[in-house]
Write a new protein. Structure first.
Ligand SMILES: Cc1ncc(COP(=O)(O)O)c(C=O)c1O
Length: 484
């Protein structure tokens, strides 16, 4: 057995190096002489000493243990794990972008400011909003920034004291109610009807003078388009509330419709999903927040503005909710999203959404005879199935997900949205081929047959991974994060 994945300190042997420094071409100085208060360490830092080849093998072995979109199909519902074209990476690595610092004078940052300004302009078109800030670092932070804008708006109108409630459908992503609570609002859950969309009667009953706003994603997390969205917008606006759009599901509607056209006042977008920049593993992300013109004064500062001489930063917005992230947000993610939008063009973005929707419906139709399908209408970019039929035979959705690992797939999202029992949430994305969709469908069908014939094969899965089932609760409650 090789030791490639052993910890670097374990394979360290004195005298081995994986690098060599260039010949020094500046005079030597003594730190002690130069800085009177400097405290020098008495012995060398205990860093691992390894050869370049060992280092390569170590990291290659670790990366081979990882699963990413470049290893295989990754139908993780609600996460839009689509392929990130490599040209995005090339552009993000341009030295002109990697060697700048946000504290340089704006005169020396004109290229970066222009890119961010133009990205904002593009996102205005895609979202139907009038102004965008790229600052938030992820979807959840974009949500929070949007809610702080709702708060600042009601405060300006002097009715924040009464407007305490944010309405959130029961199918919402968990970050929605969490962001509302962190922003200081009370959350009111609105039930879904049997079509999987917001129950309008319940919405009408819940709204009132105390409504600050409604948070919604459309298509919703079941992959279903809220067809009553215009009526919902009227209901919310009718009582003086604002409509917040969770743009994480924009992959279904790019170039086809916009949250602006649906009546939303504020959106956040997940650049690290819809616009193909890497997603997963905890970031980095980018969750720009966009607003209709009347809310522009509340956006985070500084704003990037075009002047006669180029691009400038302007912090002179007294109603702004302030800065929400250091500097300008995650600039590298913005560069990737900009490259994606410019290489796709308007028609390409629309085609991407159309293909994402087609793929989801194709896969759903192939799987419907074998798994319960709670919602029969056309799906958008993702769909949900239920493992209820399999549960009656003693096999749970988690078992099906684990068995899929044996086929070399990442498992779909499971047990979310919470309103679907034994839920499997599948998002194939537009970047997969028909062959891949068919192979995945074949695997899912085979698993459904195994549940009937050899259920222990499924409940004992995975069989071919380097680790089997982990105790997830203990891992979360008592994580071992230190090497002893
Ligand atoms: C519908 C929805 N809303 C919000 C979020 C939160 O985005 P982020 O993970 O970037 O914070 C997600 C993330 O997947 C999502 O699917």
């Amino acid at each position: 057995m090789n030791n490639y994945t052993d910890i670097l300190f374990e394979i360290s042997r004195s005298g081995r190096t994986a690098y060599s420094l260039p010949k020094r071409d500046v005079p030597t100085i003594s730190l002690e002489e130069k800085f009177s208060k400097v405290h020098l360490r008495e012995e060398a830092a205990k860093l691992p000493e390894i050869s370049e080849l060992q280092l390569m093998r170590h990291y290659t072995a670790l990366s081979n243990k990882n699963f990413g979109i470049e290893n295989g199909f990754y139908p993780l519902g609600s996460c839009t794990m689509k392929y990130n074209p490599k040209i995005n990476e090339d552009v993000a690595r341009y030295r002109g972008f990697t060697n700048i610092h946000p504290l340089q004078t704006t005169r020396t940052l004109q290229g970066a400011l222009r890119l961010m300004y133009e990205l904002q302009e593009d996102l205005k078109v895609v979202s139907g909003m009038d102004a965008i800030s790229l600052q938030p670092a992820a979807g959840a932070q974009g949500e929070w920034a949007g809610l702080m804008i709702i708060k600042a708006y009601h405060e300006k109108n002097e009715d924040l004291k009464t407007r305490r409630k944010i309405l959130v459908p029961d199918s919402a992503h968990g970050t929605n109610p969490a962001s509302a609570v962190i922003a200081g609002f009370d959350v009111v859950e609105i039930p879904s009807n049997e079509d999987g969309t917001v129950d309008l009667a319940a919405l009408k009953q819940a709204v009132g003078e105390d409504t600050a706003g409604l948070m919604l994603t459309n298509p919703n997390t079941l992959g279903i388009f809220e067809k009553d969205i215009l009526e919902m917008a009227d209901i919310i606006h009718g009582v003086g509330g604002l409509l917040y759009y969770d743009g994480a599901n924009l992959n279904a509607i790019m170039g086809i419709t916009t949250p602006g056209a649906m009546g939303f006042d504020i959106v956040h977008l997940n650049l690290h999903k819809s616009f193909s920049t890497p997603h997963g593993g905890g970031g980095p992300g980018s969750g720009p927040v966009g607003v209709k013109a009347y809310l522009e004064p509340y956006l985070p500062i500084p704003r990037i503005e075009k002047t006669g001489n180029g691009f400038e930063l302007n912090s002179n917005y007294p109603l702004s909710i302030g800065r929400v992230k250091g500097y300008f947000g995650n600039f590298g993610v913005n560069v990737r999203a900009y490259t994606y939008i410019r290489t796709m063009g308007a028609r390409g973005l629309r085609k991407a959404s159309e293909s994402a929707v087609l793929h989801a419906n194709y896969l759903r139709k192939r799987l419907e005879p074998y798994y319960d399908s709670p919602y029969k209408q056309v799906s958008k970019h993702e769909f949900v199935l239920s493992g209820n039929r399999q549960k009656k035979l003693g096999v749970r959705t988690v078992d099906i997900a684990k068995r899929l690992l044996d086929f070399g797939y990442y498992a779909p999202t499971i047990y979310f949205p919470l309103i679907v029992e034994e839920c499997l949430m599948i998002e194939p994305t537009e970047t997969e081929s028909k062959e891949t969709l068919d192979e995945f469908a074949d695997a899912m069908i085979q698993i459904a047959k195994e549940v009937e014939d050899t259920p222990e094969l499924v409940t004992g899965a995975p069989h071919h991974t380097s680790v089997k089932r982990l105790d997830e609760v203990t891992a979360a409650r008592k994580p071992i994060v230190r090497f002893e």
